[in-house]
Design a protein around this ligand. Structure first.
Ligand SMILES: *Cc1c(COP(=O)(O)O)cnc(C)c1O
Length: 423
């Protein structure tokens, strides 16, 4: 066992990990493109983009240069009373890229804080307007919006939230819409009507819930209904943003326009932690007042950190390159071809794809859950074959950095095909 493994075990408590029977945490000393390297030179393909954040590959030189340059000029400054070029420029550029009429950018630290800010914007929006009965929040069954308390409350109740269930505020959960249930869902929303403050959703793909996918047209129907009911809409694009679903934002595939967007994960290209909540003029105006009580009293020590802004600007430059679009389209096409080949395999219950995300649901006899033992066997199998894939229960998904080569993607498909025969 390496020195790093022992030192880790002595002092570190890892996320989403039962430390008692955890496998040894693999020390990584270098990243380059889709590869992560260990001390002894072993290499892994990062097929999950290091928890969905890394879109341009590891060790990207352009982002590294931007980060280094910014760190020398201005590493951080208090963002109340002061401002800086990287934050302003990033806001200008994002507002131009986001679909619809987004007008303001509010910075925070990660996906969960971006969601907290969005929820607070919506709840205080009604408070500021003196409307007291709009307190309810709508969210999808199987949704995931983060691990802080507000974000947990609007996420599906699960083994993750169980110990805190008594303390989470009530949320009206609705099913993912499809042709057969859309009318029932719409009736439910209409019944809640003017008691609802907002509806928060992951557009097109529910990530942690198991890469569950649904059609833009039904989401459009729900957003349109919310608009007629005065219910504010929040698109949580923390996972789907920055090219992941094939378009720059998943919401570009909608014809209706959400009021608020939450961004993080791919924002900085996966190099630094940063969250963003954007809103339209209507939301902003409800806070714009001589009355100090109408202020959004929210902020974090590292709000709009200049280095994270610089990383985001460099990442945007890369995303907007023609080459990146070509890569995204190639991954989409390769996924589709593999899905066609594999979808009738008797061990697969379903194969689904949205953009660069491919999910394969293993048919299992025991209950589908995060704790499924198949998950551990699959995880270990892929590691042994030098691929990092972290199944969500019996669901394997590939969510690669866009720089992954055709060959590496084919190698992942081959390894999955072999796993289907063995496990
Ligand atoms: C990961 C995720 C979050 C939470 O982001 P963190 O940065 O992990 O706090 C929120 N919403 C969605 C859709 C996510 O996938």
């Amino acid at each position: 066992m390496s020195n790093l493994e022992e030192r880790d075990r002595a002092v570190i408590w890892h996320p989403y990990t039962q430390m008692k029977n955890a496998l040894t945490h693999i020390p990584i000393v270098k990243g380059e493109g889709v590869y992560l390297f260990t001390e002894d030179g072993k290499q892994y393909i990062d097929a999950v983009s290091s928890w969905w954040v890394n879109i341009h590959g590891h060790g990207n030189a352009a982002i590294a240069d931007a980060v280094a340059k910014q760190a020398r000029e201005l590493e951080h400054v208090i963002f109340a009373g002061f401002t800086h070029e990287p934050a302003i420029q990033l806001a200008e550029r994002l507002l131009n890229l986001l679909p619809g009429d987004q007008k303001k950018v509010f910075y925070s630290d990660n996906g969960s804080t971006a969601v907290e800010v969005a929820l607070k914007m919506c709840l205080q929006y009604w408070h500021n307007k003196g409307i007291t009965k709009r307190k309810k929040i709508l969210a999808f069954n199987n949704s995931y919006h983060g691990d802080t308390f507000g974000a947990m409350a609007v996420s599906a109740r699960s083994i993750f939230t169980h110990p805190f269930s008594d303390l989470l505020f009530e949320v009206d959960f609705i099913d993912l819409p499809n042709a057969s249930n859309i009318d029932v869902i719409k009736e439910k929303i209409t019944a809640i009507g003017d008691e609802a403050a907002c509806f928060i959703f992951e557009p097109l793909v529910l990530g942690s819930g198991g890469m569950l996918m649904y059609e833009a047209t039904y989401l459009d129907e729900l957003i349109t209904l919310c608009k007629t009911q005065g219910i504010l809409t929040i698109a949580d694009e923390v996972m789907t943003g920055f090219g992941r679903t094939g378009t720059f934002f998943a919401s570009e595939q909608l014809s209706s326009r959400p009021d608020i967007f939450c961004l993080s994960k791919g924002l900085t290209g996966g190099t630094m932690a940063m969250g963003i909540t954007t809103c339209n003029q209507q939301i902003f105006d409800a806070f714009y007042s001589d009355d100090k009580l109408k202020t959004l009293y929210h902020g974090h020590s590292f709000t709009a950190n200049p280095i994270a802004c610089a990383a985001s600007l460099a990442s945007l430059d890369l995303l907007l390159k023609h080459e990146t679009l070509v890569n995204i389209n190639r991954i989409k096409k390769q996924h589709t071809q593999f899905a066609e080949r594999i979808k009738h395999h008797p061990k697969l219950k379903e194969v689904r794809q949205t953009g660069t995300i491919l999910a394969l649901e293993w048919a299992t006899s025991n209950e589908t859950s995060y704790l499924n033992t198949l998950r551990d066997s699959l995880y270990t199998y892929f590691l042994e074959h030098h691929i990092i894939l972290r199944p969500l229960g019996n669901i394997i998904y590939i969510l690669p950095p866009y720089v992954i080569s055709e060959q590496d993607l084919d190698y992942i498909y081959q390894t999955i095909t072999a796993a289907l025969e063995i496990l």
